[in-house]
Design a protein around this ligand. Structure first.
Ligand SMILES: *Cc1c(COP(=O)(O)O)cnc(C)c1O
Length: 349
């Protein structure tokens, strides 16, 4: 296995905690949680682990501008902007989101422009507020134009004589996936040291751009994890995600010269909890957020962990997970989205 350079700034290892009241409420299955919502770096989350490798790579290539893309409430963009500030990079974010158009004032719409002062979009809130606090520049793009705008932005920065470094959507390439390969090693060490006192039958977490999933799946394979690694889809259908994760897992294995090729069938995903689509909070997400809050004092987010927890809770209720099993819910962060205007009234209703 090849060594990949990394800068250590995450707060690791993240704790594993038992959730006694939630477990009891759900009828006996034992639920533990791994607190990657507490990885440090601007309120934590799974992107911190990926950025330890991505920032090291950007530095080794002498880059001075980080460019990445995401949705309007992207946690990935928030954490990338914070890492850029911490390590002295400029940061440009290509953001897309439903409703951006409608939120723009008529005056701004007539500009038909890509670079729009976000202050004119109603009040910035949640992650959108934080990325600006970290000094990132925002370029707006229609969802179907994202790749083009990203490329244009990259070329523009090059023309200005700067050295841009492109971090892919969600930080999900083999370099980013390293964060969760070592995350899996960390968990195995915690199991061995009894910091995780019971052997988990299942690891459950939200999966979207696939870097978290790929790292965990490759780690499980390389380090001989005996349980199962189950991603709950938050964005796309099962076959799309399986395919994406299998490819990324294989690429990551090649990257570290650990040579194993993964087929979509080796990747476990559950795509039954997509509800009304990405970022739309429904009753299941709301219930999961309320249960974690009211039984354990833990905050989930409306987009990712709320959805994955809702899936896990449903799988307990209909008996897919049985009372003798040990579950590890890997909390991937995202809490700032709770403070996004669009979710604020729904989360308490
Ligand atoms: C990005 C993100 C995910 C998804 O991780 P991927 O590696 O993109 O699949 C899950 N949860 C939160 C809170 C995230 O921000």
């Amino acid at each position: 296995m090849r060594e990949i350079s990394r800068i250590h700034f995450a707060h690791l290892p993240t704790r594993v905690e038992f959730l006694p009241r939630l477990s009891k409420h759900l009828g006996g299955v034992k639920i533990y949680i791994k607190r990657d919502d507490q990885t440090g770096l601007a309120l934590g989350g799974n992107k911190t682990r990926k950025l330890e490798y991505l920032i090291a790579d950007a530095q080794s290539k002498n880059a001075n501008v980080l460019i990445t893309a995401g949705a309007i409430q992207s946690n990935h963009c928030r954490q990338t902007a914070a890492a850029a500030a911490k390590f002295g990079f400029e940061c440009i974010l290509v953001l897309t989101g439903e409703g951006i158009k409608t939120k723009m004032s008529a005056e701004i719409q007539t500009l038909g422009e890509k670079t729009i002062d976000p202050k004119v979009l109603s009040l910035p809130n949640g992650n959108l507020l934080l990325v600006q606090l970290f000094g990132a520049k925002i370029v707006w793009a229609e969802a179907n134009q994202r790749e083009t705008v990203l490329q244009e932005t990259f070329s523009l920065v090059e023309k200005q004589g700067k050295h841009p470094y492109l971090i892919p959507f969600g930080g999900s390439n083999p370099i980013g996936a390293m964060g969760y390969l070592t995350g899996m090693r960390e968990l195995m060490d915690q199991i061995e040291a009894s910091a995780m006192p019971e052997y988990p039958n299942w690891i459950v977490f939200p999966s979207a751009s696939g870097g978290t999933h790929a790292g965990l799946a490759l780690g499980a394979h390389l380090f001989g994890f005996q349980g199962k690694v189950l991603g709950i889809n938050v964005d796309e259908p099962e076959d799309v995600l399986k395919d994406r994760v299998a490819k990324l897992t294989t690429m990551t294995a090649e990257f570290i010269e650990a040579g194993h090729s993964f087929t979509p069938n080796e990747i476990l995903v559950n795509g039954h909890y997509l509800g009304k689509g990405y970022g739309v909070m429904g009753e299941p997400e709301k219930e999961a957020i309320q249960l974690f809050a009211r039984f354990e004092g833990i905050l989930l987010d409306p987009v990712y962990t709320g959805r994955a927890a809702a899936g896990m809770i449903d799988l307990v209720r209909y008996g897919f997970f049985t009372a003798d099993q040990v579950l590890l819910f890997w909390h991937t962060g995202g809490t700032p989205a709770l403070f996004a205007q669009r979710y604020q009234s729904d989360v308490l209703s």
